[in-house]
Structures are given as structure tokens and as C-alpha cells.
Design a protein around this ligand. Sequence first.
Ligand SMILES: N[C@@H](CCC(=O)N[C@@H](CS)C(=O)NCC(=O)O)C(=O)O
Length: 244
Amino acid sequence: MPYKLYYWDGIPGRGEFVRLALEEAGADYVDVAREPDGQERGTRAMLKLLRDGDGETIPFAPPFLKDGGLLISHVANILFYLGPKLGLAPQDEGLRFVANGLQLTITDLVAEIHDTHHPIGVSLYYEDQKPEALRRSSDFLSERLPKFLGYFERVLRQNPRAGTHVVGDRLSYVDLSLFQVVEGLRYAFPKAMRDYEANIPGLIALRDAVAERPNIRSYLASDRRLSFNEAGIFRHYPELDRQS
Ligand SMILES: N[C@@H](CCC(=O)N[C@@H](CS)C(=O)NCC(=O)O)C(=O)O
């Protein structure tokens, strides 16, 4: 039975971290709200699960995954579940928790990236919080982006099995998520990233290695891969990028 991924249609958003793992593994999955000719039905099914649950549990927000009768929410939790099944988690059980810790740090980073354009209220428009977004983005670019990306660069360098893998000696879902983070940040803050990338050669090499993987390459060229846009997590508002 295929995995069922539930996520909003039209944005890569947080759903993309799960999609990349399913695509790399060539897994059988249905992107429920993006099924050809079935977007409306899929979105209705997703909203119903968000309202009523599945009889066992109720997810708070997408993305969530259904595997048979099991419903799992939160990106990091979904990937923790899928990683071993898809061959995208370290073989060592202890290292699987290390991978989960790294993925949870990505969760924190993604929340901070979201807050650059929505620092005051998730339910308000960007246009209602522009001055605050400017302050938040300026702090994010000068303090938080170097702290997070510099952290992942250090983790990569000290991985004894190293190469272009952040944990263990083979590709994991965390590598795929770091690829997406670099892509998203390049889209949202092109000037800041252009200035900063020389500081993170390992992370950029990891990004390039992921982009070259055959399944990822064909996924990126397919219409299943959604473009970044100003409704998602990674938004490009030129005024929020580095100005010089
Ligand atoms: N911690 C959750 C966050 C989920 C989340 O915030 N989902 C967004 C879309 S990317 C959403 O639909 N949120 C609705 C809400 O917070 O009311 C995860 O990592 O999956």
C-alpha cells in the first residue's frame, strides 16, 4: 500500500522535506492534495483529518503521513519513522537518534526562517508586519543564519565518516533536508547567501552531491517538484535580503 503524504498544494513548504526522502528512495507514495484531478478531493480529505482525525489521533498541522492505519505528524517525526524503512537513516541505532537531533535542529531553523516574514503573527499577512519582518530578518541574517549553517558545517567536518554526509557514512534524510535548506535560503536571501557561502564549503559540497543523485535529479526536473514562492516558508522579499 502506498504511503499517503498530506500537505498543502501549491507550496514546497515543510512537505518538501518528506517528499525528498520518498523521492530519493523511489518509494510508492501518493501526494494526496496534489493528485492529478484530485486536488480538491485530497485537500478536503486532509482538512477532514485535521478536524476529525482518523479515529486514533488528530494531527495539528500538515505535513502528516499515513502508512496503512498509522497517522504520523511533524516532519522530523515522519522522517524518523521513514528513515530506516527507506534506507535513509544510519544503520547504527544510536546514530539514528543523532540524526533525529540534527533534524530537530533543522525544524528550529525552519521556524526561524518562517518568522523572518511572519515575526508577529502566523495569522497576519506579511504586509501587516513589514517593519518587524525587516528587523527580524536583519537579526536572522547577521546572527542566526551563520550560527545554524556554521553549526552544520562543523558537524559535517567532525563526522569521522565524513564525506558529504552529516551523520554516519551514507546518505540520510538529514542530508536531503540540508539540501532543501540551502536551496530555500538561496531563493529567499540570494545576496546574503552569496556573501556567506564561502564559509560553508562542506555544506555546499553536500548540497551539490544531493543534487547529483539520479533520483533527486529526475525529481527536480519533474513537475512534482514545486517552485519556491511567496506563500511558502522560503519567501523572497528583496527588502528583507542583505542590502549591500
Ligand atoms: N512542527 C511541525 C510544523 C507544522 C506546520 O507548522 N505546518 C504548517 C504548514 S508548513 C501549517 O499548516 N500550520 C498550520 C498552523 O500552525 O495553524 C512540523 O515540523 O511538521
